[in-house]
Design a protein around this ligand. Sequence first.
Ligand code: PLP
Length: 413
Amino acid sequence: MSTKFEFETRSIHSGLERDELYGATSLPIYETAAFAYQRAEDLEAVFAGRKPGYIYSRINNPTVAAFERRINSLEEGLGAIATASGMAAIATTVGTLTQSGDEIIASKSLFGGTLQFFNEVLASNGIKTVYVDPTDIEAYRRAFSSKTRLVFVETIGNPKLDIPDLRAIARLANENNVPLVVDSTLTTPYLLEAKKFGVNIVIHSTSKYIAGSGQAIGGILVDLGNFNWRNSKSELLVAMTRQAGEFAFLARARKQILQNTGSCLAPFNAFLQNLGLETLALRMKQHCENALRLAEFLKTQDLVGVNYPGLPEHAQYQLAKEQYRGFGAMITIRLGSKERCFEVINRFQMVKQLANVGDAKTLVIHPASTIFHTYSEAEQETAGVYPDLIRISVGIENIKDIIDDFEQALTGR
Ligand SMILES: *Cc1c(COP(=O)(O)O)cnc(C)c1O
């Protein structure tokens, strides 16, 4: 479907093909491992890439492909690849761009799973991560070397909630002939138009706001079509351009990484993620509105600190306002001690305690004793995790009920 329609319209109509058999208007779920062909010549042509067609659902599947087209339309990209999880999207992207001996530059405040992937899997495969403060553009400049193959940032650091200047980092990365890869899970395609800021590859964990109700795990990566892979510093990608032209990144990602690591998205999960997308814009507006109201309420309470990018005192408030269509729905509060955090968490009645974000439900967690429990105190502090910090993922319940639950949990009344 054309990109002339607005975001909300595309999130409902794009990606679907007419169902010639029955006229179904909801995405059909093709639960099949493989696809049969009558003529040997046809399967030969599909394998050779001369004829479009599906072979085996580890490589691609019509339900998954529809979800990929819809996300690609929302990001106005060159093409998208759906994966089994957000982590699989990150691993596929980094695997496509790097090999042993290479380096990547990444922001210090990263999702815990990403940090562990970089420190354990990449490091043991001979790929070094150089960490920088995402808000310090000079630190990025100093971090480049002839071995750098990509720059990786998150749109809203988790749980630090710091905001990188995407346009400035993209310019710097591209001057060094490497792509900027952005994990936009917390901003979604609705809050961030990644391409407008020069981002080259955007990644989403679709397990979060895109699915919307915490019902399934999934991920996706999108090549935004604005990086010339012929200029890439990776010989493998340059070689791929001879076969695939501008699709070199997507071809290597699907045919060499996704296909061989088996990190494909299941058709039923693609159906669930695709369904979630239809209401993404509506939900994100409500998530952001509720988060601002809750942050303002929390400021009236006697807390050690309230951090939310939508509060004017946040260090990157202006930048967040220019870059994003809303300030997201992550808030952190500091209560003075771990014991006080536990006391408050134990009093919640509606709000759920669990290790997830981006759910229709309001969620809280004490990161220091859970997600970051294997980290030293110094490592925790670098990531913005303190013993007295609670992370909140604000849901789309009625704001009165959210505020009431926080009030009773904080005051014990
Ligand atoms: C959850 C999350 C991931 C990982 O996604 P999964 O779908 O859980 O594998 C990556 N980045 C961010 C910012 C996340 O919140």
